[in-house]
Ligand binder design. Structure first.
Ligand code: URP
Ligand code: ZN
Ligand code: ZN
Length: 451
């Protein structure tokens, strides 16, 4: 199938220009002015529209066993929602089983994902067990095409400081990238016990048990170990001001410290934990105070936040309700996979950042950092993962317009200026004007290679 997207304004991470984009099969084959429509089966008039690279959501938890249940979006529903929000590649987190090699973990989850994925996907492995030969299996996974690994400093599957350090050392040796969920587990547990003993059980105490310094301290510790080992480090879902400052300082000193934040930390503050439906906003780290929110935006503008991702991990209302009388029983996580690109592009449309910055944060930077060779840019030879975006279309998010398998969204009522009208995944139209047009199994596993 040959498709020509005509007369659009192409936006990349570095420039904006009027051009036609020609697609042959799955690949962008020509970009230029006045490409003749002859020989194209499909010609799309993108006059007045932006043509953008599809977003890459580098942080999702699809069908993840967590919090006593499984996140409500499986690989099909999650990637369907991704497509409808202009995201054409997702990186899902695999939880390694004890005793399992990293490659076996990848194959186990790929067997579930491959028949369901509606857009392309890759994985990060969340490391739990590095005993015996399992530490070396990190190198095998790098060769297999999954060079990124995560350590959790929290939850019952979090690793010890020693394991974190070993993983960083191994990453340095084999050229892997380590990601970290940084919060101080001991302090969270101590504060949680105190609050529960005092009968302080509502969702506000989820935030109160994980305030700013709990995340900041862990960010600083993780950065210190990355510096000591010389390994690069990627901090996921950075949400606090002190952590942002530590990232800026490490970058200024020349260390390869990358930071990701998520739209929920840019939009909401800890005030959401005072709402009647506060349970729905419970995720970790929690939303922080206004100063942190402002610090994140400032870091985005000056380039110290590298990527935006969603941490998409939805749970149904009845599951969130398990924590009505005890905040520790609320499964942690929120939906966002369909909202990331529209939210950041709307911020650009409203002048908060530039469209080039939105493209860099949501597409080009994650492709570069995680080593997706054919994604994240509009250029000849790249995969034709494209979004046609109408900057004039106003859109109010309501859950009934979303494509997840979740009965609510924390984004309900959020007003966006501009919205995607088409998404192409490797040249195939998978979303148009509110409707999902793709199919399960279309998505390919993307092998990644770090530079
Ligand atoms: O609350 C969250 N973020 N749930 C998903 C797991 C994680 O911490 O990334
Ligand atoms: Zn996390
Ligand atoms: Zn996460």
């Amino acid at each position: 199938m040959r498709t020509l997207i005509q007369h659009g304004t192409v936006v990349t991470a570095s420039e904006t220009f009027l051009a036609d984009v020609a697609i042959d099969g799955e690949t962008i084959v020509e970009i230029g002015r006045n490409i003749s429509p002859e020989g194209f089966e499909k010609v799309v008039d993108a006059s007045g529209k932006l043509v953008l690279p599809g977003a890459i959501d580098a942080h999702t938890h699809l069908a993840m066993p967590f919090g006593g249940t499984v996140s409500s979006d499986g690989y099909f529903a999650g990637t369907r929602a991704a497509a409808c929000g202009g995201t054409t590649t997702v990186f899902d987190f695999i939880l390694q089983d004890f005793g399992e090699t990293m490659v076996d973990a990848i194959k186990r989850r790929d067997a579930l994902c491959a028949p369901e994925a509606a857009v392309d996907y890759s994985f990060h492995v969340a490391v739990k067990d590095v005993s015996g030969k399992l530490l070396d299996s990190i190198g095998d996974a790098v060769d297999y095409g999954v060079p990124s690994f995560k350590v959790f400093m929290v939850y019952d599957f979090g690793v010890t400081d020693g394991v974190f350090y070993q993983v960083l050392q191994k990453a340095k040796e084999v050229g892997a990238l380590i990601e970290v969920h940084a919060e101080n587990n001991e302090i969270i547990n101590t504060l949680t016990k105190e609050f529960l003993a005092e009968g302080k059980t509502d969702a506000w105490y989820h935030y109160a048990s994980r305030p700013e310094f709990v995340e900041e301290e862990a960010d600083k510790r993780a950065i210190a170990w990355a510096k000591a080992t010389g390994a690069p480090l990627y901090i996921v879902h950075l949400a606090n001001k002190g952590g942002v400052e530590a990232v800026t300082q490490a970058k200024d000193e020349g260390y390869s410290i990358y930071a990701e934040t998520c739209p929920q930390y840019l939009e909401f503050t800890s005030d959401v934990y005072k709402l009647e439906n506060a349970r729905n906003f419970v995720c970790s780290p929690p939303m922080k105070g206004e100063e942190s929110r402002q610090a994140l935006w400032a870091a985005i503008r000056r380039g110290d936040i590298d990527t935006i991702a969603t941490d998409h991990c939805p749970f149904q209302s009845y599951e969130k309700d398990w924590g009505k009388d005890d905040f520790t029983k609320i499964p942690n996580g929120c939906a966002g996979i369909e909202n990331m690109y529209p939210y950041m592009l709307s911020a650009a449309n409203n002048g908060e950042i530039t469209f080039e910055q939105a493209v860099a944060l949501c597409s080009t930077n994650p492709a570069r950092i995680f080593g997706c060779q054919k994604k994240g840019a509009i250029a000849v030879g790249m995969d034709a993962d494209l979004v046609v975006y109408d900057p004039e279309m106003d859109f109010v998010i309501t859950n009934d317009k979303m494509h997840s398998d979740c009965d609510h969204t924390i984004w309900e009522g959020c007003k966006l200026h501009g919205y995607p009208v088409q998404t192409y995944s490797r040249g195939r139209l998978v979303y148009e004007n509110g409707a999902f047009l793709g199919e399960a199994g279309w998505g390919n596993f993307v092998k990644c290679k770090l530079k």
